[in-house]
Design a protein around this ligand. Structure first.
Ligand code: NAD
Ligand code: TYD
Length: 353
């Protein structure tokens, strides 16, 4: 079979990566998608169960830091495009284990960049290294202002510092070797397949279990939330129409303090579960603040709108409602993730092949 593009997606079994893999496979049956994922605790192949027999899809369990494996994948699959999402992604984990973040986010990105440089050998026609990054590289805002593409980097957690390091390496390969790269920096995502360690899925899970909803500090920190399926559509737009060497901010102009967000979530959960209004809110529990907790993130995504015409497709209430519906419709997914059973899926599924 011949394909119009040969794409290596890293971290495709994770939250955002699984939506990007899905979108590429569905929208572009003429693209080969090779999904390289180490299946850490955050990687879950159940996210892609209905995709795994497609003729244009290959899953490879492996580490992006493994230079020999990455080089082999480029050669065997004639990779011309990389969409790089694999990362350690949770700020709280980066506070307890920073070196894991440096290893995967910095060394892993350097390994991929170097493999692309060597395999493409300076013949960059039709090639692209697309690096998926975060708005957290810009640091923390006060009560006003936004992050723009030219905002100076000022990362403040081991997570955001390691992502900033990866962004700098991507741009260094652009300037030094002319490697064709694009970076996008996106705000906080939410939606289906989100591991229940992050604020929104953790809270949905805890409401279902009638467990406390931990709010760090006073709940006044602000995040700018984007529906993950809109992030995948923005990546698709930028992949096909973005300019080499450019950075694009992705966001939905959708700022919420954590406490207001959790109150909205509680109200929606009460409605959907047929509970008395206020039942879920009673679970809210203020806990010790996160060390170095960034106060506010807010993206200005005007460049993406003006230059490439991309805007989000759903409002926050709609996206949050769809997200809750997905968790309610997929209790098995949540049960497997919380029990650890999803870690057995790879063995069960792929040992048969
Ligand atoms: P995630 O933690 O859900 O998924 C990460 C995936 O990468 C997992 O499948 C994991 O198994 C895999 N992985 C981790 N280390 C690996 C390694 N060494 N080799 C191969 N695979 C490895 O993360 P996510 O929330 O889907 O984020 C994906 C990307 O998007 C990350 O680069 C993150 O920095 C970025 N991002 C995330 C958000 C967000 O709100 N979640 C926002 C903006 C940008
Ligand atoms: P999180 O989902 O971890 O994303 P990030 O730290 O990358 O923004 O956290 C979102 C916000 O919610 C952040 O301000 C920290 C806060 N938070 C809580 O208050 N309680 C929690 O249990 C978690 C996981 C996060």
């Amino acid at each position: 079979m011949s394909f119009d593009k040969h794409i290596l997606i890293t971290g495709g079994a994770g939250f955002i990566g699984s939506h990007v893999v899905r979108r590429m496979l569905i929208q572009y049956p003429n693209y080969l998608v090779v999904n390289l994922d180490a299946l850490t605790y955050a990687g879950n192949l159940e996210n892609l169960r209905d995709m795994e027999d497609l003729p244009n899809y290959r899953f490879v369990k492996g580490n992006i830091c493994d230079a020999a494996l990455v080089t082999t994948l480029f050669e065997e699959n004639q990779i011309d495009t990389v969409i790089h999402l694999a990362a350690e992604s949770h700020v709280d984990r980066s506070i307890t284990d920073p070196l894991a973040f440096v290893q995967t986010n910095v060394m892993g990105t350097a390994t991929l960049l170097n493999a692309a440089r060597q395999y493409w050998g300076g013949d960059y026609a039709g090639k692209l290294f697309y690096h998926v990054s975060t708005d957290e590289v810009y640091g923390s805002l006060g009560e006003t202002g936004f992050f723009y593409e030219d905002t100076a980097y000022d990362p403040r957690s081991p997570y955001s510092a390691s992502k900033a390091g990866s962004d700098h390496l991507v741009m260094a390969f652009f300037h030094t070797y002319h490697l064709p790269v694009i970076i996008s920096n996106c705000s906080n995502n939410y939606g289906p397949n989100h591991f229940p360690e992050k604020l929104i899925p953790l809270s949905i899970h805890n409401i279902l279990q009638k467990k406390p909803l931990p709010i760090y500090g006073k709940g006044e920190n602000v995040r700018d939330w984007l529906y993950v399926i809109d992030h995948a559509s923005a990546i698709d737009t930028i992949l096909h129409r973005g300019k080499i060497g450019e950075t694009y901010n992705i966001g939905g102009h959708n700022e919420w303090t954590n406490i207001d967000l959790i109150r909205l979530l509680c109200r929606l959960m009460d409605e959907k579960l047929g509970q008395d209004t206020g039942s879920s809110e009673q679970l809210i529990t203020y806990v010790k603040d996160r060390a170095g907790h960034d106060l506010r993130y807010a993206i200005d995504a005007t460049k993406l709108k003006d230059e490439l015409g991309w805007v989000p497709s759903v409002t926050f209430e709609e996206g949050l409602s769809r997200t809750i519906d997905w968790y309610l419709a997929n209790p098995e997914w949540l049960a497997h993730v919380t029990s650890g059973d999803y870690l057995n899926y790879y063995e069960a599924q792929y040992s048969r092949r």
